[in-house]
Ligand binder design. Structure first.
Ligand SMILES: *Cc1c(COP(=O)(O)O)cnc(C)c1O
Length: 361
């Protein structure tokens, strides 16, 4: 087998090795089906078992209440930036958005095309190093909903609490930390997540939507943009990404075997903790996020100069540590260590960091 290196990519990201091996083993013919998952109809019994099994495992993992629908959509989390306001905000209405980084800003940009956005709090002036406290949120009790991004993938900043928003529905972009820790679905009216960080390969967006939100979609919506279409057709209105959903199902099985979301959080805290400890103990590396808002999934830090950062990334790549370059909008280093990222890879990065500091510090 070709040697696998450590993949710190922010997304599409590392998948569990047993999942890749199973997909590879069964790629030419699914057991009992005699055809590849790449070839079967999305209306076939075999695929029905896959998508329903996947949904059942998702419901079990996250204890999703019965009054929520689980949808497998396309267009990425980016299409949800549009679908959420188009469906949940009445024409000319208003919604509250919390601005904590690049992804919430993109969500705001699309919502502004539908109605009025009240930025309930922004941490942009602090360089998106943290999320706001509950007291800082200037919420409008008449807003159609409140939108947050639970983890800002680019800045490495994560909400450690579910904000209190009264009776206003809470909506979350959970693309980069979904299932990295337990989540309280009942606190949210809608949660969406692109799959390619923590759930599956690229191609599907998972949506949990509370039943009462469906009545909000305006008459005359384009079918593909209307949540009702996808609920009524159990995510099979048009051809879904069959292979991605198949792999997602394997990832969900793997997560359950690994002990579920509490166990995932324990492993993620251990992995992230090891890295943050090294950053804190060093005068050479400087963490981006404020300590109480640090992401378990995307560890962002700087070196004393951009030249050293370039050198760090290039030498790390040579050492088999790939994908550490920070997002072009903020620079620096970003180590994405999602559920499937092995602790041995974190230890390897730490050894590399210590050696790099010793020789360049
Ligand atoms: C990656 C990401 C997105 C964009 O996802 P696409 O599937 O590429 O549209 C949105 N929000 C967050 C928090 C992300 O990490």
């Amino acid at each position: 087998m070709t040697q696998r290196i450590y993949n710190f990519s922010a997304g599409p990201a590392v998948l569990p090795l047993p999942v890749l091996e199973e997909a590879q083993r069964d790629l030419v013919a699914l057991p009992g089906v005699g055809m590849s998952v790449l070839e079967i109809s999305h209306r076939s019994k075999a695929f029905d078992e896959i998508i329903q099994g996947c949904e059942a495992d998702i419901r079990k993992l996250a204890a999703i209440p019965d009054n929520y629908h689980v949808l497998f959509l396309q267009g990425g989390a980016s299409l949800q930036f549009s679908m959420v306001p188009m469906n949940l905000m009445p024409a000319g209405g208003k919604a509250d958005y919390v601005s904590t980084g690049s992804w919430s800003k993109k969500a705001i940009k699309e919502a502004q095309k539908v109605g009025t956005v009240n930025v309930a709090a922004s941490t942009e002036a602090d360089g998106f190093k943290r999320v706001p406290t509950q007291d800082e949120l200037k919420l409008d009790p008449e807003a159609a909903y409140v939108h947050i991004a639970t983890n800002e993938t680019i800045h490495g900043v994560e909400w450690k609490y579910d904000p209190e928003v009264g009776s206003v529905p809470l909506v979350a972009d959970a693309s980069s930390d979904i299932f990295g820790r337990p989540l309280n679905v009942a606190k949210y009216a809608l949660i969406y997540a692109g799959a390619q960080k923590n759930l599956a390969p690229a191609g599907v967006t998972l949506v949990f939507i509370r039943d009462d939100m469906l009545a909000r979609s305006p008459q005359g919506m384009h079918s593909m943009l209307d949540y009702n279409t996808h609920v009524k057709n159990k995510s099979l209105y048009n051809t879904p990404p069959v292979f991605t959903i198949y792999v997602m199902r394997l990832v969900m099985k793997w997560l359950i075997e690994q002990g579920g979301l509490e166990a995932a959080e324990r492993r993620n805290k251990e992995k992230a903790g090891l890295l943050y400890d090294v950053i804190d103990a060093s005068g050479f590396y400087r963490g981006h996020a404020q300590a109480d808002c640090r992401s378990l999934m995307n560890v962002t830090f700087r070196l004393p100069s951009e030249d050293l950062e370039k050198q760090f990334v290039s030498e790390a790549t040579k050492a088999g540590l790939d994908g550490l370059k920070g997002h072009r909008s903020v620079g620096g280093i970003r180590a994405s260590i999602y559920n499937a990222f092995p602790i041995a890879g974190v230890e390897s990065l730490i050894a590399f960091m210590k050696e790099f500091e010793r020789t360049h510090g």
